[in-house]
Design a protein around this ligand. Structure first.
Ligand code: ZN
Length: 252
């Protein structure tokens, strides 16, 4: 494993663990809607998410989307990533999966913001690095179907809404908050996928595949206590799916 690969492995490990190297965005709470002042969206906990009107949340995710990192900041972030360890030679199937991400990135205003990098690390992992780079490990790219990869990237995009909150929870080692923020990102992903008319069941299918792959090869991750269990995520996802059935599709 070269220096760059070791560095990327460390980045992936910290993506699992933290949002530590993160630029702050404002916390999202009780934001009044510009055009519809009676609509108050409180994206503060997973339970509050379910208490919100699904259509209002769908609109909120668009209007309150955090400002992307600047071009200068993105260039700086990219300059910190090593070239060694990056995978650039793809099979036709891998190319198709990566191309399919455009749909989700475009719909969320991130097509020209995120750089997508496939990296040569042994774990199956996907993460958003510094709000600018989607890191996809080669095993994850191989393992996941295109729609599962889309769904997991929608989850990562969801992290932008709770970036500062997650950073704070990590610094405080607030495990229950970290877990709840993961559930919220699942919820945001499901709302996003539903709004795009996509199959929301692919999110948990992808989460399950990645979890199984890593557990079979690497055992229990040392940050597993910071994450909800698969059963908790599935239960919350079911609740969100039921709740989004009241949401109108195609509001974008
Ligand atoms: Zn996450």
């Amino acid at each position: 494993m070269g220096l760059g690969t070791r560095f990327l492995s460390a980045v992936v490990a910290s993506l699992f663990v933290s949002g530590a190297f993160l630029r702050a965005t404002g916390p999202i709470a009780e934001v009044p809607h510009g055009q519809l002042p009676h609509e108050i969206v409180a994206l503060t906990t997973s339970q509050n998410l379910l208490a919100t009107d699904p259509n209002a949340l769908g609109r909120f995710l668009e209007t309150a989307r955090p400002a992307p990192v600047s071009a200068e900041e993105k260039a700086r972030i990219l300059s910190t990533l090593p070239l060694d360890g990056e995978v650039t030679d793809f099979s036709a199937s891998a190319c198709q999966k990566l191309a399919a991400l455009t749909k989700v990135l475009r719909a969320t205003g991130r097509e020209s913001v995120y750089e997508i990098k496939v990296i040569d690390v042994p774990q199956a992992a996907i993460g958003l690095h510094a709000r600018a780079v989607i890191l996809i490990s080669e095993p994850a790219l191989t393992l996941l179907d295109a729609d599962e990869l889309q769904a997991l990237v929608a989850h990562e995009i969801g992290h932008e809404y709770v970036w500062t909150e997650r950073e704070r929870a990590f610094q405080l080692a607030d495990r229950s908050r970290l877990k709840d923020l993961e559930l919220m990102c699942d919820g945001i992903a499901i709302v996003t996928l539903h709004g795009l008319g996509m199959d929301v069941s692919r999110l948990m299918a992808g989460v399950q595949k990645i979890g199984r792959f890593n557990r079979e090869r690497f055992g229990t991750a040392n940050n597993e206590r910071d994450y909800p269990t698969l059963a908790q995520r599935q239960a919350f996802a079911r609740a969100v799916v039921k709740w989004t059935s009241a949401q109108t599709i195609g509001t974008r």
